[in-house]
Design a binder for this molecule. Structure first.
Ligand SMILES: [Zn+2]
Length: 261
C-alpha cells in the first residue's frame, strides 16, 4: 500500500536475456508485449519476464518508496522549501501509482534531492500522534486543507485544523462538524469499523480507522491519539528521500527509466 518504484535490468534491451517469445517494447508500464496476443502467448511472455535473465522479474532494482501518508508529508516539504528550487521533483514525482521518469530526469532529480536534504529549515506543523509510541500518524498538509480522510461512501471528511484539533465534518457541501477533539481514543468495534471517542464522551463511528504503518507497510491502529503542534522539516521524511535516492541512482547507473507503481 503506497508508492513503489521499479528499474528494469538492461538484459532484454541489450540482447543478453533469453530470446523473448514475442516482440516487446519498453513503455510507461515497463517491458510489455502487444496486448492483443492470445492468452498462451501472453502467459509465455509473462514467464519470460519472470526468468528471462539472471535478475528475477528482470528487476534491476525494486524499491518501496513510502506509504501515501509519509509520501504526502514529503511532497508538503518540497512545497514548503520551494517547488521553484526543485522543478524536476515537482514535475516528475507521481501523485498516484503509474507513470515513469526518464534516466536524464532521474539524474536531475538526484541533484535536486541532494539540495533538498541539505535544507535545515523548520516550521510549525500540526501533527496527530500515537500517544503510546510517539509515532506521527498524520500531519496537517495545507495544500489539502488538512484533510486526512475522505470517506467515499458517506462523504464525510476528517481533518487536522490550525487550532490543534482533529475534526470530522460533512464535506464541502455540508460543513456540519460531526466530531471535534484535541485527543481521543480509537477502538475497533467490528470488522472494518472504528469508533473515536473524545474525553467529553462525544464519539464518531466510521469505516476508516487511522492507521500507522511499519517498515513492511503493515497497518496497526493506535488506541489513543492526540493533536500537537510540533516542528517539521526535511529531516522528518528521511526514509522517503533515501528510497527516492536509491531508485534514481539505480536508474542513472544503468541508463534505464524509473517506473512508478
Ligand atoms: Zn537482467
Amino acid at each position: 500500500m503506497g508508492l513503489d518504484a521499479l528499474v528494469h535490468c538492461r538484459c532484454a534491451i541489450d540482447g543478453r536475456a533469453r530470446r523473448s517469445p514475442s516482440p516487446f517494447v519498453l513503455a510507461e508500464e515497463g517491458l510489455v508485449c502487444d496486448e492483443s496476443l492470445g492468452l498462451d502467448e501472453l502467459l509465455a511472455f509473462d514467464r519470460w519476464l519472470q526468468d528471462g535473465c539472471s535478475h528475477p522479474g528482470m528487476h534491476y532494482r525494486f524499491t518501496h518508496i513510502s506509504n501515501w501518508a509519509d509520501y504526502r508529508r514529503f511532497q508538503a516539504r518540497v512545497q514548503r522549501v520551494g517547488p521553484h528550487h526543485f522543478p524536476t521533483l515537482h514535475s516528475e514525482l507521481p501523485n498516484a501509482n503509474g507513470g515513469w521518469t526518464s534516466c536524464s530526469q532521474a539524474a536531475s532529480s538526484l541533484d535536486e534531492l541532494a539540495q533538498l536534504v541539505r535544507s535545515t529549515e523548520e516550521w510549525p506543523v500540526v501533527k496527530l500522534v500515537d500517544v503510546d509510541s510517539g509515532v506521527v500518524v498524520a500531519e496537517r498538509v495545507d495544500a489539502y486543507d488538512g484533510v486526512l480522510v475522505l470517506d467515499g461512501t458517506e462523504g464525510w471528511r476528517a481533518s487536522l485544523a490550525d487550532d490543534i484539533t482533529f475534526y470530522v465534518h460533512g464535506g464541502s457541501a455540508d460543513p456540519t462538524v460531526l466530531f471535534r477533539a484535541a485527543e481521543f481514543t480509537q477502538i475497533q468495534i467490528g470488522d472494518g469499523s472504528w469508533k473515536w471517542t473524545a474525553p467529553s464522551g462525544a464519539s464518531f463511528s466510521c469505516s476508516n480507522g487511522l492507521p500507522i504503518y511499519n517498515d513492511e507497510g503493515t497497518p496497526s491502529w493506535p488506541s489513543y491519539l492526540r493533536v500537537v503542534e510540533g516542528r517539521g522539516g526535511v529531516a522528518d521524511v528521511r526514509p522517503v528521500t533515501e528510497a527516492l535516492r536509491d531508485i534514481f541512482e539505480a536508474s542513472v547507473a544503468i541508463d534505464m527509466p524509473v517506473h512508478w507503481m
